[in-house]
Structures are given as C-alpha cells and as structure tokens.
Design a protein around this ligand. Sequence first.
Ligand code: ADP
Ligand code: MG
Length: 722
Amino acid sequence: MKELLKKYFGYDEFRPLQEEVIEHVLSGKDCFVLMPTGGGKSMCYQLPALKFEGLTLVVSPLIALMKDQVDALKTNGVSAEFINSSLLPAQIGQIQEKIISGKTKILYIAPERLASPDFVSFLKKVDVKLIAIDEAHCISQWGHDFRPDYRNLKLFKSQFPKVPIIALTATATAKVREDIVRQLALNDPRLFISSFNRENLSMIVTRKRKAYEKLLGLLQKHKNESVIIYCFSRKDTEKIAMNLRAEGFNALPYHAGLNNETRKNNQELFIKDEASIIVATIAFGMGIDKPDVRLVVHYTFPKTIEGYYQEIGRAGRDGLPSECVLFYSYGDVRKHEFFIDQIEDSVEQEKSREKLRQIIEYCETVNCRRKHVLKYFGEEYSFPLVGKDEEQKGCEACDICLNPNSMFDATEITKKIISCVIRTGSRFGRNYIADVLLGKSSQQIIDNQHNSLSVFGIVSDFDKDEINQIMKSLIAYEFLHTSIGKYPTVSVTQKGIQFLKEKESLELPKAHQESEGGEKVSKRRTKYDLDLFEKLRALRKQIADQNNVPPFMIFSDVSLQEMTRYFPADKNSFSKIEGVGVKKLESFSEAFLAVINRYVKENNIQSVEIPNRIQNINVENNNFTVSDRYRKTKEMLDKKMSISKIADIQGFQEGTIVVHIEKLILNGEDIDIDYLKPAQERLKKIKTAFEKCGDEKLKPVFEYLKGEYSYDEIRLGKLFYK
Ligand code: ADP
Ligand code: MG
C-alpha cells in the first residue's frame, strides 16, 4: 500500500487511521469513516481503487469539487472520470463507453444520477468493486446539510448487494451517524473515528477592538497567502473587501446575493491564486478544497461551535501551520441575539440560544481553546508531554496556552461567591450575584431583602467584570453550574459545597490580558528559503495555467517547501520530495529542477541530503515517523511488555509511552493493557484525587497524593478509571 501511496500520490506515510481503513476496505467489508476536514478521507477510497481490478464509484454532492478531484487524480496519473449535470448527454455517453471498456479506475457521480433507471442499468454492466459515499451526512435530515437526492443511495444495497460501501463524513452526531448506517443499510459496518484535533491550526480569540487595524496586521503577516475572512452580513463582506482593495490587497467578496457569474468568478480567482483574500458570508466554503488556506478570520464570531469548527477547518488542509483568528465583542452577541429573537418556532429559538451560549462560553474561556472545543465534541484532549515529570505545557497553539495567564489566589473570593449563591437561593444570574456581593442597592435586591444578607457588600477588591469572570471560571471548574435559557441562573455543585466546607485553597487564572500590538504566535513555522519559494510559486502558477488546473494541483505548498529546504539537484533526489509521485516526476521535475539548480548556483548553496523517508513536518527529528512509533509501542504492548521496557527500547521517557497508549486508545486501536493496571487501592486513591482536584491538570493531583504516585502512574490510572 505504501508503494502505491508514493507511486501515485508522492506521500511516504499514511495519516492517522488511513491505513487501517484501507486495509478494512480491501477486505471487502462495509465501513463508516469519521475524520475532520483535511483529515485525508479521499485517500481511504482512492488507494483501494488503485488496487482493485474494476471500478470504484464515488458519490459526491458538489459538482464543482468533482471536476477538481478528477483533475487532481489525473495529474497524479490515475484514470478517473465524473458524470454530472454539467456534461452534455453525448459527453456522458462517451464516458460510459470508456468505463465499460474497463480502463477507468474511479468514477465520480452526483447522487441524482441514480434516479435514472438507464444509469442504474449502465452500472450493472460495469464491474463495480467499491462504492464510496462522500459527505455521507447529506443523507440525513437530522444533519445540517440534508440533500434529498442522497436518498437515491438507498438502492445501492438492494441493487448491488455484493459491493462493499465506505461512507465518509466530517460531521455527524450519534443520531446522524445511526441514520446514515440505517438508510444506506450498511452491513455490520466497522466505525472508524479519528481524533478531531487539527494540530496544525492555531486558534486565537481576540477582542474586537481596533478590529480593522488588527485585520490589516494579520493580512500583512500572511501576505501573498490564501486567506478567508468570514463576516456577519453580505454588506459587511462587500465593504471590507472594498476597503482592503483600497489598501492594495487583492480581496474579493463572496455571498449568496451576488449573481452566479460573479460568485463563480471570484471563487475561481481565489482557487487559482489570482486573488489571495476572499471576504465571505458562511455561504463560502462548501465548494472548495483549497489545501493552502493559511489564515481564517472570523470578523464576527459565528453562531455555533459546529459552524466555527467547520469554517476554521478550511485552513491548512495540507497540514502546514495555519492560523485561525476570531474577533469577539459583546456588541456582536447582541447582533446574534437580535436574529434569534426573530425565530418564530420556540423550540428552534431555544436551540439557537443554547448554541449561542456555548460559542460565547468558548470565546470567554480562560482555559485552553483546543481542549474546550474538543471536549464539546466529546473528545478528551491531553496536552503533549514535554518531558517526564514536567507539568503539562498546554497545546502550544491557542491564545490561552501561548500567553499563559498568571494565577491568583481565589480562595476567599470563591467562598464569598459560593455563599452568596446559596444565600440568595440559587435563583439568580451572575450579574445579580455580583451586585449583591458589591453591595449595590438595586430595586430588585431591596425587594428581595438581599441587602440584609451577611454577604451583601462583602467584596471590595474586585469589580463587577472581574467577579463575573471568576464566576465563569468557577463554572468551567464545575464549582458552579449554570442553567440554560435566556436568563441563566447559577447554582452550586456538590464540588462547590465541598470546597466551602473544607480548608482548601484555589488558584484561578487571572482574566486574560491582551497584549497590544501583535500577540505571540505559534513558533511552529518551519525553515525554508523564502526567495526560492517565491520563484517556485511563480513557476507553479505558470504551469498550472498552461494545464488549466489550480496551482495547488501541480504541487502543494508542502512540496515547494521541501524543495526549498533540501534543494534537490537531480531527478533521483527530486523523487523523494513529498507529493512527487511517478507521474509528477515525469511531467514537472525538469522545469522545477532547472529553477532550483540555477538558484543554488547563483547563491552558492549546498544541497541538503534528503532523508530516505521524509517524514511529516512538525515531527521531532527522529528516524521514525509518529505512526511508526505508535505501531512499535502497540506491538510491544501486545507482547505485554512493561512501560519502562518499552520506553528503553524506543528511547523515550516513560511518560511518552503513556501518551502513546492514550492516543492508541483514542484511535480506537484494539489494545489490551489490563496487565498495566495499577493495584486496586492505588487506582482508587488516584480516582479520588482527580475527583477532588479536577482533571484539568496533573500537578494538583500529584501534590494531593503527596508525591507518592509518579506522574506516569497518575496518567495511567486516569485511563483506567475513565
Ligand atoms: P478530507 O476529505 O478529509 O477533508 P482530503 O482527502 O481532501 O481531506 O485531504 C486533505 C489533504 O491532505 C489533501 O491535500 C491530500 O492530498 C492530503 N493528504 C491525504 N493523505 C495524505 C498523506 N498520507 N500524506 C500527506 N498528505 C495527505
Ligand atoms: Mg473530502
């Protein structure tokens, strides 16, 4: 499989889960694949298609994308075709003949094709070996993008019962997932779910103050790179695009109100790297798979976390570091609320209000953004461990973890807040509680006689905003609970009551201080020669235009970066560059080598030896790639080896092996680690410690256990009781 991967796609390694899915598909069984946008779903059916003798049929909802996918396959030397309503009947006829003659490996079709009995009988004449259903959530009414035509796909199992089906999507709740499996009548499908963490995306939330200046700063930093800016209204998109053009940026608007031709044209210019910035409403994005979007800005924050994650997912599909910046302001909360108030159906209205509350919570959190979002999607995220016994350092790529807040002793204020919530009967919201604590004699407080409580006016060292912020942290730490609805009330949890009773102390992060003028950003940029990069980019564009395909189809940014890091001198070393398969080597190596060699000569540069197996960017300098290392750990676990032994052999700290185990479990790997289970009473102690200290951080748990348990045992213990 790896040979085929390199031969046709030029990649050396599989992305997480790809290999497992492919193996399963080759065994002829049904499966369901849930991976985030950019996770590499297409490979899961494209590679088996190359192995199968016969045709792989791919159903995809977006006509525009179909052509791109087919063009991309063709530049890689894979024979692929598509059939949809953009073709004339005569063209369709020709393609069908070609397919019957058996030369085509992959056929993309739009779902409405299956409504035609003629088309179905054509398919029956073909040796179909695999059916792939992309964007499978479109079949479900419960999903966010229901397409009635997808219902036609039900006929696959009845008409082609022997052909295995692979269904793929990036978004599916449990309900949608069951619906997909049922409607497609999948046969005992194996479910593959990969982590939804997108490591290469940095997630930044910033106050919407001097927003336009901040935007200009970001665009300056991402000059010449592809950028999407999401706005609230059509009017905003046009205004911002116009202003940016006046500043000399190549920005175009995109929204559903533009006429078809303009919209199509603007999208095309963006894909062809002729306009670098698209200023859009959320109408933009479905139809593009541009892999090198380096910045996504939410000029106004989105309505839901689901929408947010999908929109930022359009950044960095190629795996290179990319930035996602959201501007947050209270004024924009009002804008959203205004629209929610107009919703007539009260159930829908309540749902939208709850979604809004959740995205606000995300924007206001003082804890790691990545952890927050992943938790929202039901995934536990652990910070990468830097070294053994070292405190977890955060995700290294969100504004909170990049600019760690200092902590303050919140013991007293927390006790005051909790008492106040209890004394006022757990019936009020945060603002009211803050007012009581600050001793504000509002009419409501007087009416409720809360001005005679002992907690009235006992806080003088914090202002209202600060108390509010602390209460939010206490909600996040589960000392307090907040109800849902338009007027959420706050109550005290069991954990909060316990805290009040016991003589414990609590530290909370200080409210997030925003550094003016350029916040720290992730240091994850890799080194490469920028001048040469620009030259190669220009060449790429020229070749793309000659071939009438988007530039990213010639070579991705990843490939160009590798060329500018290793300066390959001949065809042999060029073939080792990521993204260079047999076909691209033949078609393009000469042109690119000419530019590289001239540049190397002019600048007196030494070419750099390319490792035999180039590994993914961002991975430590080691001869193994991540997936290899994980696999090795798994093999040793299967042999029931101890963690310290595995660590020895792998040359890692024991903590790293525990991280491997966590990731393997998260990936749904079938591993038996019962033999590593800490003794029952120790496990119990660890569990109690986590219950007392929360599972955000290990250090408090470690300290609570008085150093009698190592960090590794604590992490391991957590795995078991979870
Ligand atoms: P998805 O459909 O899950 O959003 P795609 O199939 O479009 O993702 O893949 C996203 C990008 O990742 C594409 O540019 C693709 O070429 C690239 N890709 C896929 N598999 C690999 C791999 N094993 N190594 C490197 N890049 C890959
Ligand atoms: Mg896809």
